[in-house]
Each structure stands twice: as structure tokens, then as C-alpha cells.
Design a protein around this ligand. Structure first.
Ligand SMILES: [Zn+2]
Length: 49
């Protein structure tokens, strides 16, 4: 269920400092991660699909 027309926002990954685009507006004071680092940083979840 991904909307390809979703607005992307340029951001700098807080981990690898790479420039990336996120489908949400980066919030000041909150780290933004690229896709790769987001996988690493997201909390471990017991429920997987
Ligand atoms: Zn990164």
C-alpha cells in the first residue's frame, strides 16, 4: 500500500550522514535515517509479518 505520489523530503541520515529522502517531513530534533539505517535502528519487534 505505497503511494508513489507521496511527497518526499530531503534529509540527512543521522547515522551514515548520507543524503536521503523520507516520505515524511523530518522533525527538528529527531534523527532521520535512510532506509538502510532505519532497518538497523528501528526497535526490535516480536511480531513480524
Ligand atoms: Zn543511513
Amino acid at each position: 500500500m505505497y503511494n508513489r505520489d507521496r511527497e518526499m523530503h530531503k534529509a540527512t541520515c543521522a547515522d551514515c550522514k548520507k543524503e536521503c529522502e523520507v516520505p515524511f517531513k523530518p522533525t527538528e530534533g529527531r534523527p532521520v535515517y535512510c532506509k538502510d539505517c532505519f532497518q538497523k535502528h528501528r526497535p526490535a519487534q516480536r511480531d513480524r509479518y
